[in-house]
Design a protein. Sequence first.
Length: 406
Amino acid sequence: MILTAQTNQKPRRRIRVWQIVLLVILVLIIALGATVGILWHNELATAFSLRKVMGANDAHHDGSVYRMDVSGDYYFDEFLAQGGASSDAELIGFITSKITKGLLSMGLTAPEIGCSAFTATTESGDRVFGRNYDFSRTNTCVVYTNPGNGRHASWSTVDLAFIGIERDSEVSGIMDYISCLAAPYAPLDGINDAGVSCGIFMTYQGDDDSVTATNQMTDKPDITSTTMLRMILDYASSVEEAVALVSAYDLHDSATTSFHYMVADATGRSAILEWVSDGTDATDTDGAARHLNVIYNDADPLSGATDWQCITNFIITPDYYTDEADMLGYDRYQFLRDALTTSGGIVADDQAAMTLLSGVGRRSWNNDDGNGITVHSAVYNLTDRTMIWVANEHYGEEAYTLTFGF
């Protein structure tokens, strides 16, 4: 009987050992899950909010459209506090260290940002900012942020190619979702809850052989192209505040190209922000020698207007060009300027502003090679703090039209 009792105890002991092992594993899994939840709760909520709202259309060269709501802060206060970034590589390093805690690498690549934009007033007195984003087929994401800490909530549009999503692919797999967490750092245009809107546009500055990026080298802190837009959306309550913010930084344009910007607010004030040297286009080949030139709508030398403004892809600063042929996008600029001059800067309503944008949509505008397309068109009502957003020139089609507000 004693031998029998000892023999029966062995399997019981084995069962107890396995129970303990399983309990330890369960505790470790719970602890790991809790740690992940604590460290990445905002990032997880943001990633899970990402959803596709419009599918791709090969026949029309449409990419897919996504929507993402950013949960909580995204470390932009810390980004500015540590001096910003003087290159895309520095920006990638910061984003990687904060969003993935240094465990996973991320990437950014800047597209060629064409585009047209204007400001106007509706017949009811609302101020609007209209913008076309011209490029080639790509996926986009409409991004909502509300970081708190005295910063503004905003809506913005991001080209997902900029943050590493292939233009002909869908967002899929964990790495794509992680890449999308960088979207707040890559807006192309947007509006905040104070009624301030802004957009970024290429300028192709430099000699005939290459484009020279703005690369200021003073003792100011540093900012890159799209993070400058994020700074305006997060902190500016007016055009004047936006200009003051930008003036405090050295600009380092992304992707070895050059840009200028337009910002507007609900008072009807707008400004084009350009970085130029004291020479002409042909001699503007030193990005470090450029300085900020602010052209307000009531003193725009090219439009001759006081209550509206427009912009495409050439420098507005007087005497910059010696040959009009170098003013890329001047034909689109003339179209918008002529229309707004005729109407006195008035559009009937937000939909009429969208119709004006459709007039310079690239699928039908001087597009012999078929490559240039308008990826999205947005009309930001700065008075109502709302926006109408149309994908891929599907103007007037409800399935391709989004509306947002605060």
